[in-house]
Design a binder for this molecule. Sequence first.
Ligand code: DX5
Ligand code: ZN
Length: 218
Amino acid sequence: MTAKKIAPSILAADFANLAADIERVAADADLLHVDCMDGHYVPNLTIGPPVVKALRKHTDLHLDCHLMVTNPQVLLRDFADAGADGCTIHVELGDPRPLLERIHNLGMRAGLTLEPETPFSAVEPYLGDIDVLLVMSVRTGFGGQPFIASVLDKVRAARRAMSERGLSFEISIDGGIKIENARLAAEAGVDILVSGTGIFAQPDPAAAVRQMRTTAWG
Ligand code: DX5
Ligand code: ZN
């Protein structure tokens, strides 16, 4: 059984004080979720390899980069060189196999993700090629949106496929995760809870991480 993890999404941190905000959750978080948006795949522009490189000097936490970009192939080497530990790409871009292989060849963990409206069947052929399946529970682009509970069916389907096919990858969920719905996601079979505003918009982000963990998994 995989260890259960909480991944604060730094999209909701203070971009002018990223190192300080990360320090606040460092003792309690298992990894950091880094939302990289290019202004094309989504109508928002955030973090790229230079910021990952700068963060790398301030934290030993696993930096998991969620690439909401149209053209990941031109950026993967830069993310690896910057010190990213993992890169997750969107299945909506087309056959992900060459990119997943490239991510592995660059020494990173490979993740595959799907938008809320994309059916589970879209990722099914690639489950043997990934380390993490990231189930989006909001449409990508912005933090602070409401959780879409119907995507939990995809978490259950992934859990089933994993045991039926003897696969092992982690199941992560991203978008609208708060202390209030952490248990629901955990019960559906989620291993990694990604949360932005549910952690960094709270008065005590570290306490929010701890409370989310105990609420989800006891
Ligand atoms: C949305 C991002 C999410 C976002 C989650 O495009 O991929 O990772 O940071 O933020 P919250 O937890 O506030 O919904
Ligand atoms: Zn994300």
